[in-house]
Write a protein of this length. Structure first.
Length: 154
């Protein structure tokens, strides 16, 4: 995996008054500051900002900017864990699909065998229901596996 080119995670949302005019600015800042590595983010106040949302004195705008910043922070902070979980699930799904495909071949053989046995035992009324039930069960299992391989439910 290539080296990350963004500011180190995690990040946080900060809202603070700006100067004496009553405006509040909302920004996204790194939680752990490495002053040397983060020089490009340095502000005159000594703070480090990943992103500054806006200045406002209007409460509804302040809440809007803060909510957007919180959403961005949550998405960024969880990105790598979420991506890794999806990759792991994709690998698990691929493995299960391969197993289902193998099971499908086995079930096809079972359907063939059950059908032959049902046909062979058809003249014997006492035996036939058992073999027809086995044939129906094998066909249903085959239908379920086929549907699963196609990504649907039977």
């Amino acid at each position: 995996m290539s080296e990350r080119k963004h500011t180190a995670l995690p990040w946080k949302v900060v809202s603070a008054p700006n100067f004496d005019n009553g405006n509040v600015y909302t920004s996204i800042q790194p939680v752990n500051v490495d002053e040397e590595a983060m020089k490009p983010l340095a502000m005159m106040s000594g703070e480090f900002h990943v992103c500054r949302m806006s200045h406002t004195a209007a409460p509804w705008r302040f809440n809007y900017y803060r909510d957007n910043a919180a959403f961005i922070v949550e998405a960024c902070n969880s990105y790598y864990a979420t991506r890794d979980a999806i990759v792991a699930k994709d690998a698990e799904i691929a493995k299960l699909r391969a197993l289902l495909s193998r099971a499908e071949e086995y079930v096809i053989d079972g359907v063939t065998t059950a059908k032959e046995q049902a046909e062979m035992n058809a003249p014997y009324p006492a035996r036939a229901p058992r073999f027809y039930a086995a044939l129906a069960e094998a066909r249903q299992l085959h239908a379920d596996i086929t549907a699963a391989l196609k990504g649907g439910a039977a």
